[in-house]
Design a binder for this molecule. Structure first.
Ligand code: ADP
Ligand code: MG
Length: 258
């Protein structure tokens, strides 16, 4: 039960005069992976913060799993560009701390065992006792992913989680996320400004202009997907070209809502 529904969402930051979100409509089906792409400053992170329950809307509605969003909740796991780990805690302790915070009924030993399982899934079986400053940026982001996996959140809100990584780490993390999603089929809203990343990962891509979503496009490629073969295929090049030209020409006539 993790689908997302956003209807006519309006939001203005306190102290600013113009609306940051001006009637956003968005739906992510249960078990769907939706990539959200748009230029810097168009409101992607603001939308994600509202879905995370970190901001309150001025008007409109937000639902997750059919339940109105009124604040942060353990049904939604958030990963930001910065992994935000406690520097004095090991990878294992960072993950088990978050797990215990999201479910107070768990014992320390249960949380630790769940943390270890999640860290194994993200490829950190040999690095659990390391402190964040002993881990590379890619490894730190793996810990942040293990944290939401361990918490068992059915819905993931990911805000440019790989943007700060070098290409090799970025590709490895994209492949990891593809594999995890294929195993778990969680509901995912994935914010990026990278068209290839949006296509590789998503079932659909939603395009945002300042304050609103202007169109959505289905990604027709079957899974499992292989980065190297998919992104250079002629079908993918044609899709990329079509989506870019639609995005440039968007308007009422260019609206596509599969
Ligand atoms: P994106 O993630 O698409 O780059 P953001 O959601 O971060 O965009 O920002 C959308 C707009 O809201 C930008 O114009 C930004 O300057 C503004 N903004 C973001 N955070 C705040 C804030 N805390 N207070 C006021 N304005 C903000
Ligand atoms: Mg942002």
């Amino acid at each position: 039960m993790g689908g997302i529904e956003v209807k006519d969402l309006v939001f203005t930051y306190p102290g600013t005069s113009s609306e940051t979100l001006r009637g956003v409509d968005l739906s992510v089906g249960e078990g769907e992976f939706l990539s959200l792409i748009g230029p810097s400053g168009c409101g992607k992170s603001t939308l994600l913060r509202l879905l995370a329950g970190l901001e309150r809307p001025e008007s409109g509605s937000l639902f997750c799993g059919g339940v109105p969003i009124t604040g942060p909740g353990s049904d939604r796991g958030v990963v930001f560009q910065s992994p935000a780990l406690f520097p004095w805690m090991t990878a294992r302790d960072n993950v088990s701390f978050a797990i215990r915070k999201s479910d107070h009924s768990l014992s320390r030993a249960e949380a630790r065992s769940r943390a270890e399982e999640a860290l194994c899934r993200v490829g950190l079986a040999d690095s659990m006792s390391m402190l964040p400053n002993q881990l590379s940026g890619g490894m730190q982001q793996r810990v942040a992913i293990a944290r939401v996996l361990g918490m068992g959140c059915p819905t993931l809100l990911l805000d440019e989680p790989f943007s700060a990584l070098d290409p090799k780490n970025r590709f490895a993390l994209q492949e990891l996320l593809l594999k995890l999603w294929e195993e778990d089929r969680k509901t995912v809203l994935f914010v990026t400004h990278d068209m290839d990343e949006a296509i590789l990962l998503g079932d659909r891509v939603a395009f945002m202009e300042p304050g609103r979503i202007v169109f959505r496009h289905k990604i027709p490629f079957s899974r499992p997907r292989q980065r190297e073969t998919l992104l250079i295929s002629s079908e993918c090049c044609a899709l990329r070209r079509d989506m870019i030209s639609l995005f440039y020409k968007w308007g009422e006539t260019a609206e596509v809502n599969p």
